[in-house]
Ligand binder design. Structure first.
Ligand code: MV4
Length: 447
C-alpha cells in the first residue's frame, strides 16, 4: 500500500480523501491555494503545501506545481477528487510518466469516456442500450438533418467534449435544426476547444439514474447499485438518493448488469459511474460515464457499507477487488442534500464569513464539510459548503431524518439553500418519489 498520498483538491472532498487515508495508515499531503490556508483540509493533512494563488488555473489545476509538491514531499500517489484535474487524461498520463500513481482509471479510460461520442460507441459495442443517434461525431448539418429525420423529433445535439449539460441544444422541428447545429458547434468549440457534436433522440422528462462501479486491474467488476440524481437545476445536482424510488428489482438488476458490461468491454479500471436516462416506462439508455469519485458517492456508501474512496485507493495500489457481486448487499435508504452558499431564491453565490455553523448529528446522519464557524468561504470556487447525508431503514424514515437534520442546522453569516432543501423534503411529489429532471423548476425557475 502507498505510504503517502497527495490530495490534489480542496474543500469537503479533500477532507473526505484525507479521512480515508488516515484510517488506512497512509500519510497525507494537502495542497492549497493562497485563499485556502485556513481550510480544514490543510489542518487535517499531515503536511500541507501552498501551490499558488486563489484562481484555480494557477493552483488546483496547475500540474507543474502539484507535481513539484508531490516530488518534494515524496508522495507516491495523487488523489484528484472531483473537478479540477480529476478527468484530465493528460494529467493522469504525466503522473505515470514521473512515476506517481494517479488514483483513478487509466489515461485511456479517461480519454474514451471524456469523449461522449466515443463513450456512446463503447456502450453500443458492449451491447448496452444507447439512444438512437449518430454512430460518431457529426460531419455536417446535412448529416444531422438526415439522422434527425430517421430518428424523429425531438432530437438533442451535444458536444462530444462536453457533458454535464453544457453545449446542448434540443431541437423540435426540422426548420430549427440548421441554426441549432451551428450554435452547438461554435458553443462546443468556445467552451471545450473542440467543435465536435453528436445527435441523439431527446428523451422528454427523463429521470437521471446512475450506477456506481468498481473494477480491479485484473478485470473483476462489481456494481454498487444506483443513485437517483434527477433533482437538479441547470445540471447542478441538489439532492441525490439511493435506491431510486421508481426502479423495480428487475430493472435495477438489468441496469447494474449493463454498467458491468460496459466496464468489462471498455476495460475500465477503478471507480466510475455509468449514467442512464430512464423514461416514464422505465426504459433506460446510457448517456455518459464519469471517471471520477462523485459528490454524491456517500449515499452509495450508506446503503452498501462500502467505502468508495478506500476502494479507489486500494484498487490504484493494484489490490484485487475483495468482494463479489453477491457480497454487495443493499440496506435501507439514503438521501444527500448539498448545502450550498447561495441565495435560496435567486441562486446567486453567497461567500463570506461564516459566524455560526451548527451541524446536525444523531442516528443515521453524516456531514461532510471543510467549513467551521469563523471560517471565511472564498469567492473563487464552487458554492458547496457541506453535504448532509442521512440513512434510514425506509425512504420515509430517511425523509423524516433529513427533515430533522435540516431543522437542527444553523448556518449564519452566509445565505444557504437549506430553505429550498426543506421545501423539497415537504413536497408531496418528492415524498411519493414521483419526480423527474424537471422537478425543481417549480421552486427554481431557470433564467
Ligand atoms: C439528455 C436529455 C434528454 N435526452 N439526452 C443533461 C446533463 C447531461 N448529463 C445529459 N443531460 C440530458 N441529456 C437525451 N438524449 C436530457 C438531459 C437533461 C437535461 C436536458 C436539458 C435540460 C435539463 C436537463 C436536466 C437533466 C437531464
Amino acid at each position: 500500500m502507498f505510504k503517502k498520498v497527495l490530495i490534489a483538491n480542496r474543500g469537503e472532498i479533500a477532507v473526505r480523501v484525507i479521512r480515508a487515508c488516515r484510517e488506512m495508515g497512509i500519510r497525507t499531503v494537502a495542497v492549497f491555494s493562497k485563499a485556502d490556508a485556513d481550510s480544514l483540509h490543510v489542518r487535517y493533512a499531515d503536511e500541507a503545501f501552498c501551490i499558488g494563488p486563489a484562481d484555480s488555473a494557477s493552483s488546483y489545476r496547475n500540474i507543474a506545481n502539484i507535481l513539484s509538491a508531490a516530488e518534494i514531499t515524496d508522495a507516491e500517489a495523487i488523489h484528484p477528487g472531483y473537478g479540477f484535474l480529476a478527468e484530465d487524461a493528460n494529467f493522469a498520463e504525466v503522473c505515470a510518466s514521473v512515476g506517481i500513481r494517479f488514483i483513478g482509471p487509466t489515461p485511456e479510460n479517461i480519454r474514451v469516456m471524456g469523449d461522449k461520442a466515443k463513450a456512446r460507441e463503447a456502450a453500443h459495442r458492449a451491447g448496452v442500450p444507447v439512444l438512437p443517434g449518430s454512430p460518431g461525431p457529426l460531419r455536417d448539418e446535412k448529416e444531422a438533418l438526415k439522422l434527425a429525420q430517421k430518428i424523429g423529433f425531438p432530437v438533442i445535439l451535444k458536444a462530444a467534449a462536453g457533458g454535464g449539460g453544457r453545449g446542448m441544444r434540443v431541437i423540435h422541428t426540422e426548420a430549427s435544426l440548421g441554426n441549432a447545429f451551428h450554435q452547438a458547434q461554435s458553443e462546443a468549440l468556445a467552451s471545450f476547444g473542440s467543435g465536435e457534436i453528436y445527435i441523439e433522440k431527446y428523451v422528454v422528462d427523463p429521470r437521471h439514474i446512475e450506477i456506481q462501479v468498481l473494477a480491479d486491474e485484473r478485470g473483476a467488476v462489481v456494481h454498487l447499485g444506483e443513485r437517483e440524481c434527477s433533482i437538479q437545476r441547470r445540471h447542478q445536482k441538489i439532492l441525490e438518493e439511493a435506491p431510486s424510488a421508481v426502479l423495480t428489482e428487475k430493472i435495477r438488476k438489468r441496469m447494474g448488469e449493463a454498467a458491468i458490461d460496459l466496464v468489462k468491454s471498455a476495460r475500465y479500471r477503478n471507480a466510475g459511474t455509468v449514467e442512464f436516462l430512464v423514461d416514464k416506462d422505465l426504459k433506460f439508455h446510457f448517456i455518459e460515464m464519469n471517471t471520477r469519485v462523485q459528490v454524491e458517492h456517500p449515499v452509495t456508501e450508506a446503503i452498501t457499507g462500502i467505502d468508495v474512496v478506500k476502494e479507489q485507493i486500494r484498487l490504484s495500489a493494484g489490490d484485487s477487488l475483495d468482494m463479489k457481486q453477491r457480497d454487495v448487499q443493499f440496506v435501507g435508504h439514503a438521501i444527500e442534500c448539498r448545502i450550498n452558499a447561495e441565495d435560496p431564491d435567486t441562486f446567486v453565490p453567497s461567500p463570506g464569513r461564516v459566524v455560526r455553523f451548527d451541524l446536525p448529528g444523531g442516528p443515521g446522519v453524516r456531514v461532510d464539510t471543510a467549513v467551521y464557524a469563523g471560517y471565511t468561504i472564498p469567492p473563487h470556487y464552487d458554492s458547496l459548503v457541506a453535504k448532509v447525508i442521512v440513512h434510514g431503514k425506509t425512504r420515509d424514515e430517511a425523509i423524516a431524518r433529513m427533515s430533522r437534520a435540516l431543522d437542527e442546522s444553523r448556518i449564519e453569516g452566509i445565505k444557504t439553500n437549506i430553505p429550498l432543501q426543506r421545501k423539497i423534503m415537504a413536497d408531496p411529489d418528492f415524498r411519493r418519489g414521483k419526480y423527474t429532471t424537471h422537478f425543481l423548476e417549480r421552486y427554481a425557475p431557470e433564467p
